[in-house]
Structures are given as C-alpha cells and as structure tokens.
Design a protein around this ligand. Structure first.
Ligand SMILES: *Cc1c(COP(=O)(O)O)cnc(C)c1O
Length: 420
C-alpha cells in the first residue's frame, strides 16, 4: 500500500489492509462490525485465519473462552457427552445438569442454581426472580436499580437494566428500571423507594471499560440492601469463573449477593449461563422458568469441564500471577506511549488511551496479528485465556507496541495530509 499517492487517506486506510481471501457476508444480517478475515482454527491463545495467518487472541470471544481455544479437557468432555447423550430434553433429568448445579452451589455457597444459554438470559431470569420475591415479600415492589454505563445484555429486560447502549434501543423499554452513577453510595441510597426490590450491579463494569467498584462502595451496597430489606444481584457474567483471580469477583470484595448471574467463561466457548440464588431469594416455583435448551446436557458437560479446570490446585494462583505480569507490562507500554489509566483484576484489564483511537488500535493490532477488543472509543480491554503464558503476554506486548506505533504514524500522516 502506498501511503503517499492517495489524496486524503483516512486513518483506516493507513493502518488496515484487507486480506485477499474473503468469503462473502452478503447473506448475513448486519449485527456487529467484523473484519473480513474468516477464522478456521484455534489453539490456546492462538487463532488462525483461512490464509493460515496466526493471531494472538487477547479477547477470547469477549472473555468467553476461559481456557483458551479448543482445550483438551473441553474437547474430551464434549466428545464424551456427545457420544453418551446430547439432549434428553429439558423435561427430563440429565446427569451433567444435576452435577453442574450441585457443584456450582457447593463452590459458590449458593442454595440453588439454574442453567441457561446466555448472559442476557441469566440476567432476565435474575430480574424475574427479584420481581417474584418482591410479590411475595415486599408488597409487589418491582423496581430494579442499576448503574449508569452498566451492561447486562441485549434482551429487553437486560437492555432496560443497562444504561446507554446502542443508538436504537427499540423503544419503549421495559418499565421498572432506574440508573444511578456507579461508585456513588449516596446517589444509590437516595434512589431507593418503596417500589424498589433489588440493586443490580457488575462488581467490575466490563463494557464501560473495566471499571471496578470500590470496596467501600460494594460493601456499602450490601449493607444498604440488608438494612432496607431488598436484594443484591451481582452480574458476574464477565467477572465470574476465575476471571478476576477468585471463582467469583464478590470474594475479592468480601461481599455476598443474594442472586448471581454467570455466563461467558462458564461455558469455555459454548453457550452456557447460570443463575445462582441464596437463602431467602430462592423463591421460584415449578413452571415459572423454562427454555428448550436450559440445562442442555452437552453445554452442561462443558461447564463441568471448565469448573473442574478452574478449581484445580494452582489455577487461581496462575491467574493472579499472570494478571500482575500483564498489568505491569501494560503499565510500561502505557507510559511509553503516553496513554492513560490502567485498571484491572486478575486477567481482566482495561486501558484508557490518550484519545479516542481504540478502534484504530484494534484494527492496527489485527494487522499485527493480535486480537483485542475496544469496549469504549478510548478504551482497550484485555481478557486473555486464563491459561495464558508469560511468553504469550510478552509477545502480545510486542505486537501491541507495534500497533500503537502504527496508529501514531498514521495519525501524523493524516494530519500532514489534512494540512496540505
Ligand atoms: C456479556 C455480558 C452480558 C450478556 O451476556 P450474553 O451472553 O452476551 O447475553 C451480561 N452481563 C455482563 C456483565 C456481561 O459482560
């Protein structure tokens, strides 16, 4: 590509070359913006496209592939379950579902678990559970308070609980939701009224750019819920399953929610989510929850394999140590390139850039063979496999440095082009 012959190259033109082999996406309904590459193979922290180019994956399907691409334990669990029984139907018991529900409860100190297909569905079920509880114990209270810039998924209730989001929110939204600033206890307290039944929060906001709740705040929220007799729902779809260095992020805060949602990392790359409930919050009756693939044996077997791996001796230590190593490397790079604040826990990190160049950096990184994600226009997110190695991290930092340089050079070219 010749940078100088084009009259007014856009930032995109300067940092991004389309690969030659691209399958058509004409028949695909528009949803998310995707680069043209088609990915055909994955192993651990690596992905390969149809031209056999290798990419280091530090997104891992937005933190879904907790054990990386195609880990042996997942291959074996899925193969064994496929041979034995894929789906007896949700009207019949299957062993994988029973085992996973029991083990999740045991390991998280919960009393009941329910398995579903996606994070949004788990949040949806959590909202139903809170409303049911409100009917039983709080005079029909139904309002849910959640945080500004929070993200809980794209189904209607989950979208209504999320602040902001896409331009078209398909109004009208579901009623009964209010948003208050995150990490602001007085604002939250002031927003609670007689109709309020629950507070729904991410312990660390993912889509907002990896913004952790402060310990003072989350403990305060727990106390507030206790004093006012309302429920605390923690959305751990992204932070749970070891992502932050403990099975649940609430453990890092010393907090105990009444209801918890899990998703993403639970399935290790297959669609699986869970709703967990404790004590008084366990109030669903037969017939109130249902879904064709809720508790699907094949997906539950994947969840069991992931849970086993994550609970293995030394696994969380690895997450903690790798997380520190990644954080230190990112801090050095941020300093060298004059970028902003770095936030993270375990293997979930967000870096604020000096300008709104996150999309350009993601594209430049792809060009350098690195897959990243930009939850905000000025923020990069790093959610590698929990099994990521130090050499993977070193290689990622090299490629990210090249991506930063590429964007910087392109920005200078662009400004020159405009000046001429
Ligand atoms: C991704 C996410 C969801 C939605 O999960 P889906 O599986 O995409 O429906 C909900 N809550 C949080 C915190 C998430 O990160």
């Amino acid at each position: 590509m010749n940078l100088f012959r084009r009259p007014a190259p856009s930032l995109d033109d300067l940092i991004f070359e389309a690969p030659s082999d691209t399958s058509s996406s004409d028949s695909l309904m528009p949803s998310v913006a995707r680069p043209p590459q088609v990915f055909v193979r994955g192993q651990g922290s690596w992905l390969w496209d149809s031209e056999d180019r290798a990419y280091l994956d530090f997104s891992q399907g937005n933190a879904a592939n907790s054990l990386g691409h195609s880990p042996q334990v997942l291959i074996k669990a899925l193969a064994d379950q496929t041979k034995a029984l894929i789906n007896p139907g949700n009207g019949l018991h299957n062993r994988a579902q029973l085992n996973l529900a029991e083990r999740l409860c045991h390991r998280t100190g919960s009393d009941q678990a329910y398995l579903l297909n996606s994070g949004a569905e788990a949040v949806e079920a959590a909202i139903k559970l809170a409303r049911k509880w409100g009917q039983l114990h709080r005079g029909g209270a139904y309002r849910i308070l959640s945080a500004s810039a929070g993200c809980h998924g794209r189904s209607f209730a989950a979208m209504s609980a999320s602040a902001g989001g896409p331009e078209n929110r398909f109004e009208p939204q579901l009623p009964g939701f209010s948003h208050v600033p995150f990490n602001d206890l007085p604002a939250l307290h002031a927003a609670v009224d007689a109709q309020t039944v629950a507070i729904l929060l991410e312990p660390i906001q993912g889509e907002a750019g990896v913004i952790p709740a402060t310990e003072h705040y989350l403990k305060g929220v727990e106390r507030l819920c206790h004093e006012l007799g309302i429920l605390l729902i923690l959305d751990e779809v992204q932070t749970g399953m070891g992502r932050c260095g403990t099975l649940l992020a609430e453990q890092q805060y010393g907090v105990r929610a009444d209801i918890i949602t899990l998703g993403k990392g639970l399935g290790g790359g297959v669609p699986l989510a869970a709703l967990l409930a404790r004590g008084k919050a366990c109030c669903f009756d037969v017939g109130e929850l249902d879904g064709t693939h809720h508790g699907n044996a094949l997906m539950a077997s994947a969840g069991l394999a992931v849970l086993d791996a994550v609970l293995e001796h030394g696994f969380m230590d690895h997450v903690g140590e790798s997380g520190v190593y990644l954080g230190e490397g990112l801090a050095r790079l941020a300093y060298r390139y004059d970028h902003g604040q770095l936030r993270g826990h375990g293997l979930m990190w967000g870096l604020t850039l000096s300008e709104d160049s996150a999309e350009a950096v993601v594209k430049a990184a792809l060009h350098e063979g690195l897959i990243l994600n930009a939850p905000q226009p000025n923020c990069l997110r790093f959610t590698p496999a929990l099994t990521v190695s130090k050499s993977n991290i070193d290689e990622m930092l090299l490629r990210l440095a090249r991506a930063f340089s590429r964007v910087r050079t392109a920005q200078l070219q662009c400004r020159k082009g405009i000046a001429v």
